[in-house]
Ligand binder design. Sequence first.
Ligand SMILES: [Zn+2]
Length: 395
Amino acid sequence: MDRGIRIARLFGINIYIDWSWIFIFLLVTWNLTAFVFPALHPEWSFGLHLLTGVGASFLFFLSVLLHELAHSLVAKARGLPVRSIILFIFGGVSNIEREPPSPGTEFLVAVVGPLTSILLGIVFLILGGSTAFNSGLPLDSPMLALRQLDPLPTLLLWLGPVNIVLGLFNLIPGFPLDGGRVLRSILWALTDSLRTATRWATLVGRVVAWLFIITGIAMAFGLRIPFLGTGFVSGLWLAFIGWFLHSAASQSYQQVLINDVLEGVQVERVMRLGTPTVPPGITIDQLVEDYLMGTDEHAFPVMENENLVGLICLDDIRKVPRTEWNNTLVSQVMTPASELEVVSPRQDVMDALNRLTRRDVRQVPVVQGGRLVGMLRRRDIIRWLQLHDDLSTSR
Ligand SMILES: [Zn+2]
């Protein structure tokens, strides 16, 4: 889903900032300006704390963007279309349009993000370290050296570890974290089944998410956790991330269930037969009077001499002012056959559903050998899914 403000277009990928991102940007900047840098350099002015804080925060989110760009560019190089990158409250998301075709591709696309973060971290550490080293600081006493650092090395030596932690955090094997995708690709290669692999990877993802939630709540109540510390805000934050990961894992699992139910089901089993068709030469008035009233169809195939020439749906009719209904012909407002998405009866319903979603339409004509054989409607697919989900005991 594309949302928020578009800030750039890089390598043909739209980069968006979600509104929630502004909150996290301000929070990180405030934390640096008010706590982290004043603790290290109490002698700096507020202006310098703020400048360093904003700079560090900005470079941090640039690092997050580079992490996502790494995912996206490898995906593109492997032939997967990438629609957008969104920065939001929990980091970044690359919207890759298709599931990876092979475990190898999934592995590469997933692993390159954390690797980029870790590499960036090392580069920042080297840059910051060499700047500090060149200025002849007392390196035998790290704490003393740290306190004497200029703003630039301070900022770099903060960015380094933060990026490395970000990279390592993303390698936690909880789907949909990058590490979870790496795990899924390995399971996929081992079991030769994307469904089985996703099922297990999302299960591990849910367990990891629950661990985050429980640990976070424990921290919020004052328990001290090794490496994570304690505190109400950081505990709540961890629990919040856990909750987000849990819902994302559940969604992926639902996608697997849909794939499961629709696997091997062909369009002809779900399509609607005997949909009323209309001729192109009638007016909208006639269409409404003679066809639309007394039916719950939303769309009508337009037929001329047994040939499908277009499709007219409620949305097309709504575009015509009521006063024009008696002198506007169906052929003038219908979607012509040349622009129409059609499916064949032997096609997989899953493929067809993806096409419906991509084109944002509610139905497509089913055509075989140039002849209309039925209509595939989104609501019929949903009914099929509900029916089969209700019947299955393993929910
Ligand atoms: Zn990532």
